[in-house]
Design a protein around this ligand. Structure first.
Ligand code: DX5
Ligand code: ZN
Length: 219
């Protein structure tokens, strides 16, 4: 199964609810929520009140991606605000195992991510403590960038490792620069959770864009 997780970073915040409803109706499996603090990444997006509002209003799982300097300080607030999947960057964790266990204890699915310059082997010791690993396919910070093709080699390497451990269907997410033209290469590399910002919320027909992505993933 391929999960499509549209990122609201590319949405029109003046009509956020309508756009999320359109994505849900169009068959999105999750909604990707990019929290940026202007320190870990050179951009500021929005914070936990948005997660709380979306969680109270929609049943679709929220796939929250924390791009912040000190994630340990905020995992509890992210979970109590309504994150269903909570992704934290290994580059900012003192003890990844402890953070992932804390997220699970708070009732969310723990997820670990690496930026493009971080080797994929760095997540191997934590695969069993996470329900998903996110391989960033662009430098975190901005929507609408071009994919860094070499990052897909990390996806393949991670998929080989999860298969070797007998973890069938383990969630491997890709995020950044994924569009109809390259979604198949991400899926062929081994990704099964696909974040798409501008290729969904940047399009006038949101359900149509999701349908096109799904078709392109299968061709
Ligand atoms: C980048 C964010 C992504 C971004 C994806 O820092 O983590 O989730 O919103 O946007 P697109 O699909 O437009 O590259
Ligand atoms: Zn993201």
């Amino acid at each position: 199964m391929i999960y499509i997780s549209p990122s609201i970073l590319a949405s029109n915040f003046a009509i956020l609810g309508e756009q999320v409803a359109a994505a849900q109706a169009g068959g999105a499996n999750m909604i990707h929520v990019d929290v940026m603090d202007g320190v870990f990444v050179p951009n500021i997006s929005f914070g936990f009140p948005i997660i709380k509002s979306l969680s109270a209003h929609f049943s679709i799982p929220l796939d929250v991606h924390l791009m912040i300097d000190d994630p340990d300080r905020y995992v509890e607030l992210a979970c109590t605000s309504g994150a269903d999947f909570l992704t934290v960057h290994i580059e900012r964790l003192a003890d990844p195992k402890k953070t992932l266990q804390k997220i699970r204890a708070l009732g969310a699915h723990p997820s670990l991510t690496i930026s493009p310059k971080t080797p994929v082997q760095s997540v191997f010791p934590y695969i069993n403590y996470a329900d998903m690993i996110l391989i960033m396919t662009v430098e975190p910070g901005f929507g609408g960038q071009h994919i860094i093709p070499e990052t897909l080699e990390k996806v393949t390497c991670l998929r080989e490792e999860t298969e070797r451990r007998g973890l069938r269907g383990y969630k491997i997410e890709v995020d950044g620069g994924i569009r109809a033209e390259n979604i198949k290469s991400a899926v062929d590399a081994g990704a099964n959770v696909i974040v798409t910002g501008s290729a969904v919320f940047g399009e006038p027909d949101i359900p149509g864009a999701i349908k096109r992505l799904r078709e392109a993933a299968q061709q």
